[in-house]
Design a protein around this ligand. Structure first.
Ligand SMILES: *Cc1c(COP(=O)(O)O)cnc(C)c1O
Length: 431
């Protein structure tokens, strides 16, 4: 399968080249040329398949030209070694927990899949690939962990000094091996600008193969389809139409769900739930896309004013707004509403949700007001302990720290401090 640039001014590439390049030379996002639906029997008999088989069969057409079948099996075995349970909280309301991976973030699957692919692609190259990533907290930990020990790939993570939580900082700075953490004296935006500058720097470009590991990379984006299929497998016997509510920031996760629907998975509707960064809810009301600067909220992994993957969703619907509206609704919620939802889930179902999951729950409840005869699943994208302060303060309780986190809390932080872009460049050229 070939991938083309959504800006349409670059050549089609293989899966391998799309992964290595990250973004097309014309700055467009890569998108599959065609998406061939799976046979109906695949969905009818899905409960007879293992998660590994489901994953192989859904992603196979996208990677076939670059990864042989037995290698794909091995990659999937390495990526999927934890559960994705669906838990019913209320009548016709369930949560799909995506936080049982090594860093307790749903990004673990995409980060691990991309790491395994890049590792495989660099096996036969003599040059090493350097992955450069800026993080405001959650992405960095998942990427660092996913790439740890992958041969032929070096990872350099930039994070804003003093602006990530203690747990998040430990997840970035205690791994060693092929992972280096650069502690930037500045904000997340400064980190991101440095990364962007590096990708355009001709001196760096000629000295090394740089790539990024954010959700615009097809190897991070596409494997997120698996979540929706794993949920469908668990819910297939429900008599009602299934709807998914996805807490959304850059809209990569929900877009992958919509690709699963394109493959033929029976889903009645998608709900994109956002915090006050409401560019997409505004678009779904007005058909006008007006990006904004992002506002800080308690669900900070979704503080995005110009969601990079939304263009992929519009493209999936050939920019037909009327058709898109049939499958997608979008609502935005304030921090106060989010906290209220956390309290109400805790008191009525004894369920502790993190702020991102709570936004997903709110979106689902809003949609079901007009569509009560649906079975709703909201995605819980982070373990509540990742957002410890807000959860403990809102629910007035004390959360036990899971063992994965206790382990990193005992390790020593190692970081290199930098102040300016020149600091990053010197590090990359002289390491
Ligand atoms: C990244 C992230 C999201 C948003 O996912 P997108 O694919 O960017 O929409 C939601 N919740 C958590 C906890 C995240 O880390």
């Amino acid at each position: 399968m070939k991938f083309y640039s959504l800006n349409k001014k670059a050549e089609d590439v293989s899966f391998k080249d799309a992964v290595i390049k990250g973004i097309a030379p014309d700055r467009g996002l890569y998108f599959p040329r065609e998406i061939k639906p799976l046979p109906p029997a695949f969905f009818e008999n899905i409960e007879s398949l293992s998660d590994h088989e489901i994953a192989s069969k859904t992603i196979e057409q996208f990677v076939r030209d670059s990864i042989p079948e037995n290698k794909l099996k091995e990659i999937i075995n390495n990526v999927l070694d934890f559960p994705f349970p669906v838990i019913e909280l209320e009548k016709n309301v369930a949560t799909l927990e995506l936080f049982h991976g090594p860093t307790l973030a749903f990004k673990d699957v995409g980060a691990r899949f991309m790491a395994q692919c890049l590792g495989y692609f660099s096996e036969n190259e003599n040059s090493e690939v350097t992955v450069l990533v800026a993080t405001s907290g959650d992405t960095g930990g998942a990427v660092a962990n996913g790439f740890l020990g992958v041969k032929g790939v070096k990872v350099v993570i930039l994070y804003p000094s003093g602006k990530v939580s203690d747990i998040q900082e430990r997840q970035l700075t205690t791994l060693g091996q092929n992972i280096t953490a650069l502690e930037v004296n500045g904000t997340f935006d400064d980190c991101q600008n440095m990364v962007k500058t590096a990708f355009l720097d001709p001196e760096l470009k000629s000295a090394m193969q740089l790539t990024s590991a954010n959700s615009i990379n097809v190897a991070r984006w596409l494997p997120q389809m698996f979540y929706f299929l794993f949920a469908f497998k668990q819910l297939k016997n429900k008599k009602l139409p299934i709807v998914f509510s996805v807490p959304s920031g850059n809209f990569g996760n929900i877009c992958a769900g919509m690709v699963a629907q394109t493959l033929g998975m029976p889903v009645a509707h998608f709900i994109a739930a956002t915090n006050v960064n409401d560019t997409v809810p505004h678009f779904m009301r007005t058909n006008e896309y007006a990006p904004k600067t992002s506002k800080a909220t308690i669900s900070n992994a979704m503080d995005v004013g110009d969601p990079s993957n939304f263009i992929r969703i519009r493209n999936l619907y050939k920019n037909n707004f009327t058709e898109l509206k049939k499958d997608l609704s979008s609502y935005s919620f304030t921090d106060e509403e989010t906290k209220q939802a956390m309290r109400s889930m805790y008191s009525s179902s004894n369920y502790i949700a993190d702020p991102h999951g709570a936004v997903g729950y709110l979106g689902l409840k809003e949609y079901q007001k007009d569509a009560p005869d649906t079975y709703g699943v909201f995605l819980e994208t982070a373990h509540p302990v990742k957002f410890l302060d807000v959860v403990e303060e809102t629910l007035k309780l004390h959360l036990p720290i899971p063992s994965q986190i206790q382990k990193v809390l005992k390790k020593n932080k190692v970081s290199i401090k930098i102040d300016t872009y020149q600091g990053l460049k010197n590090y990359l050229l002289n390491r």
